[in-house]
Design a protein around this ligand. Structure first.
Ligand code: SF4
Ligand code: SF4
Length: 431
């Protein structure tokens, strides 16, 4: 070894000792100064931060509030690094630096993700904590651009939405069939409040839509529905089919204008995030009305004296935080406040709640493309719900309800799954 090489190695060794934390075996590496990044940019833009990931694996667990509880449905089912956030970061680095080839195999790994954001909550690197969801989404857009994504199931419902404006392969003409079993026969064209029903409540979880209609009818408010409601665009947007999502959004915004409403309420977490966040911030479409998620609306109704829950409901319940309103929009407390105001309901929390809540497994196209993953995640959540001793699992999203109920039926779980809206209706609306 030459003296020059020896000197260099010695200086490197000394430098590493400067950062050594005695007795720990850990060498402290200074984090680069935190970067303020823009959102909603193309994948290439995030290249410089994707590689900050240290592959430490901390994003697999909630280690603070719920000690070492698992976080990632996709990683936990497949049990392979590529399916966790750290692995996805590494794959992206490979793709963006040209060391890996864009392929359907890799696309499938990226679509094996509900974009629930639990991993980003746990990662302590600010850039990853704050922006990893941006690049997980941007990767999908890139896969679509390259003709590798979305998954065939997503493509199928994307094509259907263009024709019939819903992802459930149902006819647009049947969108309001759920109303046939209600007392409401006519609705005004203009009103103060619009109830945006969404595809899941219109075609699958109709009991939630009916409960909302009963509440609105009993509230004394002047309300209506959109005369021609289309899918909010959520399943399209999050699978990277942004152009179809935008078509839906443009149509709905025009429909909202026709009603002159100052308040829009929706009982779907996915619709809420689309209307409130994605339309204005990512699609540049402003809605000139206040957008409320159903529990927020119910709290306001109670405050204004419109409707009060009075009937005693004697249940022990637990509450599942839907990712779209929880981690993505910060609405953790309104549903809990509604639950606490209903006489006779006892709320028992699951270990993983609020920002650490385990995802139900349905979102971002997972339920249609990877049924085993959706079932695995929901089953895990049901086990956790059962541990609380609750007989009813409440949530505030029809898509979560649907996936949790499917898993409850498949696994013979003895637990009822309901929306907060339904229990409020039972307590507040006179029969
Ligand atoms: S995403 Fe964060 S927590 Fe996960 S492996 Fe990378 S640095 Fe570690
Ligand atoms: S967003 Fe959710 S499913 Fe996707 S990698 Fe992170 S924890 Fe896993």
């Amino acid at each position: 070894m030459s003296s020059k090489t020896r000197e260099l190695l010695l200086s490197l060794f000394k430098k590493s000792l400067e950062n050594y934390i005695p007795g720990t075996g850990i060498t402290f590496r200074k984090a680069p100064e935190q970067l303020e990044l823009e959102r909603n940019r193309e994948l290439e833009y995030y290249k410089r931060v994707v590689y900050f990931c240290g592959k430490c694996g901390q994003c697999r667990y909630v280690y603070q509030d719920a000690y070492w509880s698992r976080v990632c449905p996709s990683g936990e089912l497949r049990k392979f690094e590529a399916f966790y956030l750290g692995g996805k970061n590494l794959l992206l680095w490979g793709l963006l630096s040209g060391k890996l080839e864009w392929s359907e195999r890799i696309a499938r790994i990226f679509y094996h993700c509900t974009l629930c954001g639990n991993c980003t909550q746990q990662c302590q690197l600010p850039e990853i904590h704050n922006y990893a969801l941006e690049w997980l989404f941007a990767a999908r857009v890139e896969f679509v651009k390259r003709g590798i994504g979305p998954m065939p199931e997503h493509k199928r419902f994307g094509d259907w939405v263009r024709k019939e404006h819903n992802p459930y392969m149902e006819l647009h003409a049947n969108r309001r069939n759920w109303m046939n079993a209600t007392k409401v026969k006519e609705l005004p064209e203009k009103a103060d409040v619009v109830y945006f029903v969404g595809c899941t409540c219109s075609y699958r979880e109709m009991e939630v839509a009916k409960a909302m209609l009963e509440i609105l009818s009993a509230s004394g408010l002047k309300f209506t529905l959109l005369k021609d409601e289309w899918c909010c665009g959520s399943p399209l947007f999050w699978t990277g089919q942004v152009d179809i999502a935008e078509e839906c959004a443009r149509h709905n915004v025009e429909e909202f204008k026709k009603t002159g409403a100052s308040v829009i309420v929706t009982s779907c977490a996915g619709c809420y995030r689309m209307l409130k966040q994605v339309y204005p911030e990512r699609l540049g479409l402003e809605i000139d009305a206040e957008i409320l998620h159903a529990p927020e609306f119910l709290l306001r109704l109670m405050k204004d004296g419109g409707l009060q829950p009075e009937r005693e409901i004697g249940w022990k319940v637990t509450y599942h935080d839907p990712c779209h309103i929880g981690r993505h929009m910060g609405l953790y407390e309104p549903p809990r406040e509604v639950i606490k105001k209903i006489p006779g309901l006892e709320l028992s929390e699951m270990v993983r709640n609020r920002r650490n809540a385990w995802c139900c497994g349905a979102g971002a196209g997972v339920k249609s493309a990877f049924k085993d993953l959706a079932l695995f995640a929901a089953t895990e959540r049901l086990k956790e719900a059962k541990e609380t001793g609750a007989s009813v699992l409440l949530t505030a999203c029809p898509f979560c309800e649907r996936n949790l109920r499917d898993a409850a039926e498949a696994g013979n779980f003895d637990i009822k799954i309901l929306d907060v809206v339904q229990v409020f209706r039972d307590s507040a609306v006179k029969k």
